[in-house]
Design a protein around this ligand. Sequence first.
Ligand SMILES: [Zn+2]
Length: 256
Amino acid sequence: MTDVHCHLTHSPFSDKRDAVIKEARSAGVRIIIDSVTDPSLWEGEVHREEEGVYVSLGIHPQSVTEGDFSKELRLLGLLAGNPKTAALGEIGLDTLKNITDKETQMKIFLEQIEIAVSERISVIIHCLGQYDLLLKALKNTKPAVPVILHRYSGGDGQVGAFSTLGCFFSISGNILNPEGKKLAKSVMRMPNELIVAETDAPYFYIGEKREIGSPAHLPLVIEAISKIKGEDYHGMKQKIYENSKRAFPERISFPD
Ligand SMILES: [Zn+2]
């Protein structure tokens, strides 16, 4: 299995990283894409030598404040060429937890897409509250690399439009939480061949005790997807694994 998006550098994982990775591996999660949202950590993270762990790097839309991002963009341009960099992300648009104007977010977003295209690596998109704008931007730019919509929250009405563009829908650990009910309606409409799975750990929880979710819980996410789709778990797991190979055709060496 491939966890296409989680945060190993965020608390509480940063203090017990090795244990988290080991636990995930025992649960069958052989590939992890760690979304590194703090630019000061990018360089250190790409140079880690951990089997099966890759990074996605990007200026998160919630971090786009007034100011100059040329230094970060230059650094991204350099690190995007590293063999451990599976994707640029999470990048995108977010006006729910917003911070700055849409134009600035869009500009930084598009500049990062350009870097990904020039390195021929995938983009992992974070979008909250701006799916119309995102759709328009993707239609205009038509990036020639796979696009993964992380923790999709665009609603079932827009699934068709993003499917037509060939975007992958990444279903996250929040499918196991109350917001998963609304998401289930979207999952029902998603073509099976465009679904990938992530935990977005630590940003979901497990059970009534609200235990913080980890990458080792990815099988539960896949199980939830297979139930919504009315498909056999093992068949769905295999399908999602094959999809993740197409979503990340560069850099990652997938075990058979
Ligand atoms: Zn995330």
